[in-house]
Design a protein around this ligand. Structure first.
Ligand SMILES: Nc1ncnc2c1ncn2[C@@H]1O[C@H](COP(=O)(O)OP(=O)(O)O)[C@@H](O)[C@H]1O
Ligand SMILES: [Mg+2]
Length: 294
């Protein structure tokens, strides 16, 4: 990844300039040079010198209007800031290859200094498609200036916290390792999504296992996945599963909880019925969530 390669080339003053722009972006998309100077606390010469450097490295975008020169971070710069923070904290030490591309994220493998392998999810919402942002409406509220930076930071925080709250249930959800800005580091399962298997060994067993975990998470973790399906379940060759992608999760006391739960279960039932001829009744399954305690 390019941001990771650049990390070794940048000087700490370059990073400080990027962070000064980041602060300014809370208020407006483009940050005026004078504000960048203010937030970085560098003299104007140093500010201009650093802006020039990071611009050459293609980390910032200059606005086109002649008066009121301003700059904004691009997503490469944001990746870089998140990666650096995670490295400094000792959460990760090395970045590996891209392992997944989701609807709203890029996922890389990464390693800490003890050679534990994790998944690093970088959120990428809002720049190409704003329709995704609707899903975050409850987080965003009615704000008018809503930068992609902020949206993605909120998303990472939300997913990290959801993972943390269900991790203690000891089920097949990724152990949260850390997060920074738009990045979440979590347990990695070397496999592929359920949807990409042409066949699996014991579909009934996998189906029952997923349902019982979703039930457990609902009853004990008070959480509903909200985007459950064959794309968000990773399976490896040994039959281990990992239920991923908890961004859209909602608490079980949400006004639409029962509907969302039903939709999740329906997705799962449909997939297993069409592909593996497993017949089930989503309504009955959901009912059982409310009556039989685990
Ligand atoms: N913890 C993980 N272990 C293994 N693969 C993962 C993990 N998290 C994500 N992936 C891979 O990355 C893809 C995208 O991740 P996901 O969390 O579903 O993002 P999105 O919200 O963009 O759909 C997944 O479909 C999967 O292939
Ligand atoms: Mg997904």
């Amino acid at each position: 990844m390019e941001a990771a390669r650049l990390l070794t080339k940048l000087e700490k003053e370059d990073l400080r300039i990027l962070m000064a722009i980041e602060i300014g972006m809370k208020r407006s998309e483009f940050v005026k040079v004078n504000d960048i100077r203010f937030y970085s606390r560098y003299p104007i010469e140093e500010t201009l010198y650093r802006l020039n450097r990071v611009h050459k490295y293609d980390l910032i975008i200059r606005n086109s209007s002649k008066h009121d020169l301003g700059y904004t971070l691009n997503s490469k710069a944001y990746d870089l800031l998140a990666l650096r923070a995670l490295v400094e904290k000792g959460t990760i030490a090395q970045l590996g290859p891209l392992i997944g591309k989701g609807k709203e994220s890029d996922v890389f493998s990464c390693m800490d200094d003890k050679e534990n392998i994790f998944a690093l999810k970088l959120y990428r919402m809002g720049r190409t498609s704003f329709k995704n942002i609707k899903k975050l409406r409850d987080l965003i509220g009615e704000r008018t200036h809503m930068s992609w930076l902020y949206v993605n930071r909120l998303a990472a925080k939300k997913e990290y916290e959801a993972l943390r709250s269900i991790y203690e249930l000891n089920l097949n959800t990724p152990k949260p390792i850390g997060y920074n800005r738009h990045a979440v580091v979590m347990e990695y399962l070397r496999g592929k999504e359920l949807v990409y298997y042409s066949d699996i060994d014991d579909p009934r067993y996998i189906f029952d296992k997923i349902i019982s975990q979703i039930k457990h998470i609902y009853q004990k973790g008070n959480l509903i996945h909200g985007d459950l399906g064959e794309f968000n379940i990773v399976l490896d060759q040994q039959g281990n599963i990992l239920i991923i992608d908890w961004l859209q999760s909602v608490p079980s006391d949400h006004p639409n909880a029962r509907l969302l739960l039903l939709r999740d279960i329906q997705n799962l039932c449909n997939f297993f019925r069409k592909k593996y001829r497993i017949i089930s009744n989503p309504d009955d399954i959901v009912k059982s969530f409310f009556t039989n305690k685990t």
